[in-house]
Design a protein around this ligand. Structure first.
Ligand code: PSV
Ligand code: MN
Length: 388
């Protein structure tokens, strides 16, 4: 069995991955949302489900909220509820993509009333952050156009900077803004923040407390995402990850499911660039489980991140550097592949047990009776869903 060094285990023990509250609600496609018995009806139940993931893995000690989906009357009570369950409230995600007013834009809109409304929404999100103790405000904008000529792209970019400056000015000393990019959808011709370069340009103009958020599902097929990870780490501007997996577009699948090797390559650059267990670089999941059960779906994802991190930490850096400097193409590639192909699962299972965790958290969850229990208890009310 592969041994994991003490340094590797120390690094893995410190790893934390934030879960998205919306992963526990119903989700689907424009064709169908399949409801599941036991789906949370409110943010309190979403937090309970997230805490179950953490209880079995010790990997997911915080939960991201989406506003207004997770609006509650008393965020202090939600915070205490989370803390009682051993987790904290994390990133606050704004939402300017589901209000009729935002059909043609929000932070970029030429109509000053609508732009003001969108800015004010973000200021309210920062009020929520003050109550929850959250550090990060995550902004993803569904803004753009469908047809050439539809909009003045330059004017929108200028208004975006002005809007972000107003939001940035309201951040507390310990708070940050992370700007997520996405190359298309819902807009099909141009998107106002389509790529890391645009996000970087926008946040660099704001200041130190503004960083880029990299969602692994938001790139064109074939994009070398690990290069972007390397570059943003090099520039000190990688603020957070939204981890998920994609085959075609923004598929929001279980992390590492479509391309485990890509996840390995990304985590290799994270380790190389000092991004692992670096408080400046938040690890989050951004997933929507359409057909699988949500709690085990999240467990699978955090375990996949942990497993690929372990493999990335196994990489023999000295051997790799020696091969690179000798221009030994095949040897360098072999060093990478050796680490990637190493099966760390038995060692991780043994290590989990030594820490009082289940060797196999998926099995432990299946045997815990949690799903039948919430299915029985959560009767009545309205199940939460993406967009509700
Ligand atoms: C947009 O596709 C996105 O990745 C953003 O992070 C949103 O907040 C999230 O999905 C909602 O599911
Ligand atoms: Mn995302």
């Amino acid at each position: 069995m592969t041994d994991l060094t003490t340094d590797t285990l120390t690094a893995l023990e410190a790893q934390s991955i934030e879960l998205p509250s919306w992963a526990f609600g119903n989700s689907g496609t424009r064709f169908r949302v399949f409801p599941t018995a036991g789906t949370p009806r409110d943010p309190f139940e979403k937090i309970a489900d997230a805490a179950e993931v953490n209880r079995l893995t010790a990997l997911a000690p915080s939960v991201a909220l989406h506003i207004p989906w997770d609006l509650v009357d008393d965020f202090g009570a939600l915070r205490r509820h989370a803390e009682n369950l051993g987790v904290s409230l994390g990133t606050i995600n704004s939402n300017t993509f589901q209000d009729e007013d935002y059909k043609f834009g929000a932070l970029t809109h030429h109509d000053e009333r609508i732009r003001r409304k969108a800015i004010d929404h973000h200021l309210e999100c920062i009020d929520v952050m003050d109550a929850t103790g959250s550090r990060d405000l995550k902004i993803w904008l569904a803004e753009g156009s469908n047809y050439p000529g539809q909009n003045d792209m330059r004017g929108r970019q200028d208004r975006l900077q002005d809007s972000l400056q107003q939001i940035y000015a309201r951040l507390g000393d310990d708070q940050r803004l992370v700007l997520e990019y996405k190359f298309f959808e819902p807009s099909f011709y141009h998107t106002d923040v389509p790529d890391w370069g645009t996000s970087y340009a926008q946040v660099a103009a704001l200041g130190e407390k503004a960083m880029v958020c990299l969602d692994t599902g938001h790139h064109a097929p074939g994009t070398n995402i690990e290069f972007i990870v390397m570059q943003l780490l090099r520039l000190g501007k990688l603020g957070s990850f939204d981890f998920n997996s994609r085959f075609y577009a923004d598929d929001d699948l279980i992390v590492g499911s479509a391309d485990p090797f890509q996840l390995f390559r990304i985590l290799t650059e994270v380790v190389r660039g000092g991004g692992l267990n670096n408080p400046d670089v938040a690890f989050m999941l951004d997933q929507c489980h359409n057909i699988e059960d949500k709690v085990p779906g999240q467990i699978r994802s955090v375990l996949n991140v942990q497993e690929m991190t372990a493999r990335a930490l196994l990489l023999d850096r000295d051997a790799l550097t020696a091969a690179q400097e000798a221009n030994d193409v095949l040897a360098a590639n072999a060093v990478m592949m050796d680490a990637f192909y190493t099966d760390v699962r038995p060692a991780l299972a043994e290590w989990r047990e030594s820490r009082g965790l289940p060797a196999d958290p998926m099995k432990a969850f299946a045997e815990s009776g949690y799903l039948p229990r919430i299915a029985e208890e959560r009767v009545g009310g309205t199940q939460a869903g993406w967009g509700a």
